[in-house]
Design a protein around this ligand. Structure first.
Ligand code: AKG
Ligand code: FE2
Length: 339
């Protein structure tokens, strides 16, 4: 059991760390955390998520998120879509998906396995646009009898694992990320789903209704922690200036460090669980090992910022030539105000 972060000690510090002083209600409150794996992931105890959390608790959650990369919470069945959004707003500005309509007319992105929506590939959310989300908040509504876990990887730890010459190489590379890829091959969907006309339509007419291409640095400097992270995953298509096979070999080389089991944490869901991840320092993979059983999760993402590489060069949109006014290209606050 570890506690982090603790309120700064001072003569006026409260006797109980759970009670912030009125003098500084925004000072981080101590949280009770249990690490779930050695390098990533912590379970947060004794907390009821919602839009009414004190500022000190929110500050502590943010600090814990940057340290542990993924936070898990059990027993949050009281949350509905509105409650999830109210809680999300304490951590940032909710943002819609650039192409997929929300499930509640607001910000909820639904992954319903019975509709063929399964994220069983390693990815960081929405990296095909420049300012992709900074964090995602996922709530479990239905779990299969067995299987259906999600695995996260720490992309800062993956960068640290690289031998020095590979660090230098990675820092010099930029990769093109796109939502327009051969989904049947890349998503490793079950063959019957890959042939499913409805799933194919969903992909072609909705997910890729606009094809985006964005160039990102392969090593992103985290804007809060300053850590160097590997920015790759399933949307990464090729490395700029490197031809097809060599591009793939390079992406695979670095992606292997992300997927090393030492850099991962695996979560077995119960209904009412919530997971929050730092989408600027992780990838994740939803394991599709539960056959036709139902599985339902709902996600809210928080607006992100423009990545920069170690040389300070920002990410940039390559396509489409006439950029639509969508999340990741226009600040979510601006989009919300226009609605
Ligand atoms: O289904 C899951 O557990 C995760 C799905 C996913 O990739 C996401 O919510 O971003
Ligand atoms: Fe995802």
């Amino acid at each position: 059991m570890t506690t982090a972060p603790t309120a700064p000690t001072s003569p006026t510090a409260p006797a109980s760390p759970a009670e912030p002083t009125t003098a500084d209600a925004t000072a981080p409150t101590a949280l009770r955390l249990t690490p779930v794996a050695g390098r990533i992931g912590a379970l947060v105890h004794d907390i009821r998520l919602g839009g009414d959390l004190p500022a000190g608790t929110v500050a502590a959650l943010e600090a814990a998120l940057y340290e542990h990369k993924v936070l898990f919470f059990r027993g949050q069945q009281h949350l509905d879509d509105a409650g999830q959004e109210a809680f999300a707003r304490l951590l940032g500005q909710p943002v819609g998906h650039p192409t997929v309509p929300s499930a509640d007319g607001r910000y909820i992105f639904e992954l319903d396995a019975t509709k063929g929506v399964r994220a069983n590939n390693w990815h960081t959310d929405v990296t095909f646009v420049p300012s992709y989300p900074k964090a995602s908040i996922l709530r479990s509504l239905e779990v299969p009898p067995a299987g259906g876990s999600t695995v996260w990887a720490n992309t800062a730890a993956a960068y640290r694992d690289l031998p020095a010459p590979l660090k230098t190489l990675a820092e010099s590379l930029r990769a093109v990320h796109t939502n327009d890829y051969d989904y049947a091959a890349r998503l490793a969907l079950r063959p019957e789903l890959a042939d499913n006309a409805e799933v194919a339509r969903l992909f072609r007419d909705v997910f890729v209704s606009t094809a985006f291409r964005t160039e990102h640095p392969v090593v992103r400097v985290h804007p809060v922690t300053g850590e160097k992270t590997l920015l790759l995953g399933a949307f990464a298509q090729r490395v700029q200036g490197v031809s097809g096979d060599d591009s793939k070999a390079l992406i695979d080389l670095f992606q292997r460090y992300v997927e090393r089991l030492e850099n991962t944490v695996r979560w077995d869901w119960q209904v009412g669980d919530v997971a929050i991840w730092d989408n600027r320092a992780t990838q994740h993979y939803a394991v599709a090992d539960y056959g036709d059983e139902p599985r339902l999760v709902r996600r809210i993402t928080l607006d992100g910022d423009l990545p920069v590489g170690v040389d300070g060069a920002p990410s940039r949109l390559l396509e489409p030539a006439d950029p639509p006014r969508v999340p990741g290209l226009v600040p979510a606050e601006e989009l919300e105000a226009a609605n």
